[in-house]
Design a protein around this ligand. Sequence first.
Ligand code: NAD
Length: 331
Amino acid sequence: MTRKVRVGVVGVGHLGSLHAKMFSEMQEVEFKGVFDIQGERSKLVATEFGVRQYRSYGELLEDVDAISIATPTSTHSEVASKALETKVHAFIEKPLTETVDEADRLVQLARQNNVMIQVGHVERFNPALLALEKYNLNPMFIESHRLAQFNPRGSDVPVVLDLMIHDIDIILSLVNSPVANIDANGVAVVSDSADIANARIKFRSGCVANVTASRISQRKMRKMRLFQRDAYISIDFSEGTAEVFRLVDASDSSANATMLLGQIGAGARKRNIVYEQPEIKEINALKYELELFVKAIQTGERPVVSAEDGKRALQVAQEIIARIQDQQFRL
Ligand code: NAD
């Protein structure tokens, strides 16, 4: 039997308290305790889940194999470095760090100390996206919208780092080609950094992603549309649903279409236009990503969202922020 993984959580605000809840429910985990610079927060969460409230981060690190870091983004680099230096595996909430240099240093520290980092890009585990695994996704045009109502939490960083980075990470996982060019625009409407941003990311393969994120919208929306040869796929991350419209050979009986929309083609090659709603499994994305983190520690396998993935998403996000700043200097 594999040994339980001893886990702690540092930073038990909004998201960290959810991490604590998830770990408290896992068979494979010995949940040791929590630390937060606000003693009241850690006391509350430690009491709720019946674990130890640590008085210092150092003491918590001595007692665990792995730490989950849900402190503000500006502190990730420092908090994660301490863990990696003491040979503790780290789950780090997204974005991995604030700067690419900090991300580079964490990648190096993890290698030197032979420990693993997983980054909290939780949308990769959204059941609507997981339901598309059986399709051969190879989009050539992507349109995404992630719109939220204003919430001061997260507004310490531009909307690109807070919200858009989810879509950037997903797009980079779908498009197997280097980024060739980025164009971007954004406006700081209520905070000191861009609250709404749009980027056009062009890949060397010719694929283009048009990505919009806003934290000053009236209504919430989290949608991505993928267009590729023979298929159009629409994903609703908020609703947890996906729709697929595709062309299949009329003789292909494997297509499990909900609806036949029509037929095109002449002669021997007739093709059906089919509409499918892939079956969506009931998955708690946060719990699933943390379970996979624990499993990766037990098996030594590469985590689904590695530090390198987190760094790539951050590099693209920082380039978008730089393009937005260039455009503001021209005004
Ligand atoms: P929050 O402000 O609610 O919580 C942060 C907590 O960290 C606070 O309790 C604070 O006291 C504590 N803290 C600050 N510095 C600390 C330190 N050095 N050591 C220990 N504790 C410290 O913030 P939040 O909304 O929970 O966000 C935390 C992180 O999670 C951010 O990086 C954010 O980007 C990320 N996040 C990710 C998602 C997602 O969808 N994956 C959603 C929300 C937030």
